[in-house]
Design a protein around this ligand. Structure first.
Ligand SMILES: O=c1[nH]cnc2c1ncn2[C@@H]1O[C@H](CO)[C@@H](O)[C@H]1O
Ligand SMILES: [Zn+2]
Length: 364
């Protein structure tokens, strides 16, 4: 066996990302450029590096609601087709540079209508940016369209997801403040998607607890859970070698419902106290279908490789663990089974095996 995976090696591993927000991963310099071009005057800093620091510290608020306030600035500069396309292109480029081979990136079309752009043009611009960036940088990026849970446009957004399902949109999601806005508020949209054989994930168990997770799965029929960290509230005897799963936790594990976990983001919003205490350690040891994600690379000052490196530091994970998380993610993606299998067997397994056996020594 080789030593612990280093950040540099992890960057070279073929990774899969299921939970990443487009408006949470804009390059600071691009925010500055787009603000200038579009006449956005509310930026808290004009210099890219200062802006980067502002986002990470403002997002470090301990509450989901305050964390979400920082998005007004990225959303504020993403109000034209050119801006959306550029941000999507750069997102594909940045993820590819981090060694991500397949990603599902989400954004909320309804937030980008401030200058009157129709929802269709907004989706088309983003999908085009991902396709161009993906082609040039060797990564596949699928789009998830998100509806904001405090608004009332989820049905319209769900229809958009179905209309663009063969043009780059692979699924649907709801996001925003969780407390006070339960998933069942959007039940009609989820029932519509189920009738259309479409896929969706729901942010649940992040800013609110078990009732939100229960509704997302048992009322709404979510295929995956965004975060889902609070599922540990349904596990007792956690510090013993025989943790007890309640009915909901057992259901989530038995049905292999994927958890899109985002460790650093959870520290910022107060959903977890430290990486070492993050529920991902327990959930992984109990073989829940755990995946590792970034959530918002700008606000959390992170990359997928850095999330993995932090977990390696806290839980002593080795290449087999990182490969397990990655295969979990690929199995849980919203593209076809044949395509998932091809990536697992043709790209992920050989890529991780090469790193495991060669470590950071040069490959022959
Ligand atoms: O961790 C999160 N929990 C809930 N909502 C979020 C999170 N991160 C981002 N958004 C929300 O999703 C919108 C579309 O991308 C963002 O504008 C933000 O309001
Ligand atoms: Zn999220």
């Amino acid at each position: 066996m080789t030593d612990r995976p280093t950040l540099e090696d992890i960057r070279r591993a073929p990774k899969v990302l299921l939970h990443d927000h487009l408006d949470g991963g804009v390059r600071p310099q691009t925010v500055v450029d787009l603000a200038r071009a579009g006449g956005y005057r509310n930026l808290p800093a004009e210099d890219a590096e200062e802006l980067r620091a502002w986002f990470t510290s403002a997002a470090d608020s301990g509450s989901l609601e305050r964390y979400l306030e920082t998005f007004s600035h990225t959303v504020g500069v993403m109000q034209s087709e050119d801006a959306l396309r550029r941000v999507a292109y750069e997102c594909a480029e940045d993820l590819a540079a981090d060694g991500v081979v397949y990603a599902e990136v989400r954004f909320a079309p309804e937030l980008h209508t401030q200058t009157g752009l129709p929802l269709e043009k907004i989706v088309e611009a983003v999908v085009t940016g991902f396709a161009e960036g993906g082609r040039e940088h060797g990564i596949r990026v699928g789009t998830l369209v998100t509806a904001m849970r405090h608004q009332a446009r989820s049905m319209e957004i769900a229809e958009l997801a179905v209309r663009y399902r063969d043009a780059g949109v692979v699924g649907f999601d709801i996001a925003g403040a969780e407390a006070g806005y339960p998933p069942t508020r959007h039940l009609d949209a989820f029932e519509y998607l189920q009738r259309e054989n479409a896929h969706f994930t729901i942010h649940a168990g992040e800013g609110f607890g078990l009732p939100s997770i229960w509704q997302a799965i048992q009322w709404c029929g979510a295929d995956r859970l965004g975060h889902g960290v609070r599922i540990v509230d349904d596990i007792t005897d956690r510090d013993t070698d025989r943790p007890q799963l309640g009915r909901l936790a057992a259901y989530v594990r038995d049905k292999r419902i994927p958890l899109e976990m985002c460790p650093t983001s959870n520290l910022q919003t107060g959903a977890a106290r430290s990486i070492a205490e993050h529920p991902i350690g327990l959930l992984r040891s109990l073989y829940f279908r755990v995946t590792v994600n970034t959530d918002n690379r700008l606000m959390s000052g992170t990359t997928l490789s850095e999330e993995f490196a932090k977990l390696v530091g806290a839980f002593d994970y080795d290449w087999d663990d990182l490969r397990w998380f990655t295969v979990n993610a690929m199995k849980s993606a919203f593209i076809g089974f044949d395509e998932r299998l091809e990536l697992i067997n043709g790209v992920i397994k050989p890529g991780f095996d090469r790193l495991k056996w060669h470590g950071d020594r040069p490959l022959a």
